[in-house]
Each structure stands twice: as structure tokens, then as C-alpha cells.
Write a protein that binds this ligand. Structure first.
Ligand code: OGA
Ligand code: MN
Length: 282
């Protein structure tokens, strides 16, 4: 197994490993350490059926139940379809996941540690893959703040609400109904990574509605400023997909965004998505 870091502040490719086979504890430890260090890992050319994908995810922790149940795999409820494919006029999966910068399920009390996407179909135009996924390091963004700014935000807590001011996903009615059932939650503006101890900015424009004890206008201005800083191109890593990539990211260290630059029916995109339980943000 070879770990090849990307030239960016985050991201690495893990080569010469077959995730369809059970991993030894030593191999898994190397992957786990690389995941904590690089925050976005890609494994190319994997041949994974559903039980193999679930088994790999389980090495990192409990696998989460899916709350958008209408997009769940009919046989494997741990897996959700992220896809723009329509069958009989209906989306078979979540068609616009990641429309704005975000970190997964920050609007829940215990957001997932990791999200995995396994690419089964990747849209291509003129030989170039479409639908890149962009990542930004919220840890490097935090570290780049001035000492004064770091001190000013260190103890703040933000209100996250999925159906919030600029709801990021879910144009479908079923989506909206499920999303509105999620009550608002409060998380620290600066999270401490549960494994590395690094401090990470944890606010986004799409989902943060306010800051505890701060007037709304001032809070939204601060959230926007921190959110814009978090996605500065210098903290960025872009994943260009190939079929049979298994990509995973750390929902504390990075934020992400989907490029929705492809269109049904000329382009088809199909991913199997699975999330691993996380810890309560502190
Ligand atoms: C997600 C997500 C981005 C993509 O599945 O959580 O944001 O490129 N996906 O599909
Ligand atoms: Mn996402």
C-alpha cells in the first residue's frame, strides 16, 4: 500500500490496496492515520459490491442510518444513491447533493465523521469528466486567521438549521418535508478535531442561521466572513472523478461542494454513498 499526498493542503491517494479484501489491522491503521492527516482520501479502481463497501465503512465506526429514506438502496439501507438518473420520471437518488459549500449533516446533533462516495457512473463530455467535487480545509482556514480573530471566535456557538436561510439541497417535496423535521442545533464555531486535536472552522452560509447571544445582523455578517474565508482557493483540493473511485472525506476538517455542471439525460452520474458516525462537536 502506498500513500501519495496531493500537492494541496488536503487530499491523498491510496494506491495498491484492494478494499474488497479484508484489511489487516496494520493496513487499516495506516489508512485511518492517513485519513486523519489528509482528510480526503481516494482509492482508484476499486471493485466493491454493497456488502464490501459497508464492511470497509464499518472499519471506521458505526454506519449511519439514512434520513432521506426515499433515496436509500432498496436492499442495503445503509447506502444512499447520489445520482441524477431518473426512472419513470422520478429521481432514483439525491440529484443535487452539495449544491453549496457545506459539511455533511452539520444540522444534526452528532454529524458523521466520514462520508464515502463510490463512483459507479461518472458523466463525461469530450473525454473530460464532469461533476468534480471540491474540498476546502477548514483546519488550514482556521490556522490562517489572525490571533485576534481566532480569539474573538474561540468560544462562539452557531445555530445550524437545514431548512435555514439558504437551504442547500433538496428541491423535491419529499426532501423538504423530511428536512423541516430537523430541529435547529447549536455547535461551536471552532471545532476541535476528535482525533488530531486541530481546530477547524465549522460554519457555512447555507446552514448557519445565527450565533448565540449575538444580534442577528452581526452574526450573519460574521458567519459569511468566516464561511468565505474557509473556502478560499488556497485551502482547496479538487477531486476529478473516475469510475470505481472510492472517495472519503472528514466532515470536521473539510467542507465540500459539488460541481453540478452536467445534465440529465445527456449525462449520467451514479454514486453509492455511506456515512460513518461521528462525535458530538466540541
Ligand atoms: C454528498 C455531497 C457531492 C458530490 O454526497 O454529501 O455533497 O459531488 N456530494 O456528489
Ligand atoms: Mn455533502
Amino acid at each position: 500500500m502506498v500513500i501519495v499526498p496531493s500537492p494541496d493542503v488536503i487530499g491523498a491517494e491510496i494506491q495498491d490496496v484492494d478494499l474488497a479484501q479484508p484489511l489487516s489491522d496494520a493496513e487499516f491503521s495506516r489508512i485511518d492515520a492517513a485519513f486523519n492527516k489528509h482528510a480526503v482520501l481516494n482509492f482508484r479502481n476499486q471493485q466493491l459490491d454493497e456488502p464490501q463497501l459497508i464492511a470497509f465503512a464499518r472499519r471506521f465506526g458505526e454506519v449511519e442510518r439514512i434520513f432521506l429514506t426515499h433515496y436509500a438502496h432498496p436492499k442495503y439501507p445503509e447506502i444512499m444513491f447520489v445520482s441524477n438518473i431518473k426512472e419513470n420520471g422520478q429521481d432514483i437518488g439525491h440529484a443535487d447533493a452539495g449544491r453549496v459549500w457545506h459539511t455533511d449533516m452539520s444540522y444534526t446533533a452528532r454529524p458523521p465523521r466520514a462520508t464515502m462516495l463510490y463512483a459507479l457512473e461518472v458523466p463525461v463530455e469530450g473525454g473530460v469528466a464532469l461533476g468534480d467535487t471540491l474540498f476546502s480545509s477548514a483546519a488550514d482556514a482556521h490556522d490562517a486567521l489572525s490571533p485576534e480573530d481566532r480569539q474573538r471566535i474561540a468560544k462562539l456557538r452557531a445555530v445550524h438549521q437545514v431548512a435555514g436561510r439558504r437551504a442547500r439541497t433538496g428541491t423535491g417535496q419529499e426532501d423538504q418535508a423530511l428536512r423541516y423535521q430537523q430541529p435547529a442545533v447549536v455547535h461551536p464555531v471552532v471545532r476541535t478535531h476528535p482525533y488530531t486535536g486541530r481546530k477547524c472552522l465549522y460554519v457555512s452560509k447555507g446552514e448557519c442561521e445565527g450565533i448565540e447571544g449575538m444580534p442577528k445582523d452581526e452574526a450573519l455578517a460574521l458567519i459569511d466572513k468566516l464561511a468565505d474565508h474557509t473556502i478560499d482557493p488556497k485551502f482547496r483540493h479538487i477531486h476529478r472523478w473516475r469510475v470505481r473511485d472510492l472517495l472519503m472525506w472528514d466532515n470536521c476538517t473539510v467542507q465540500h461542494l459539488a460541481s453540478l455542471d452536467y445534465e440529465w439525460p445527456s449525462h449520467r452520474r451514479l454514486m453509492h454513498r455511506i456515512t460513518v458516525d461521528g462525535t458530538i462537536p466540541t
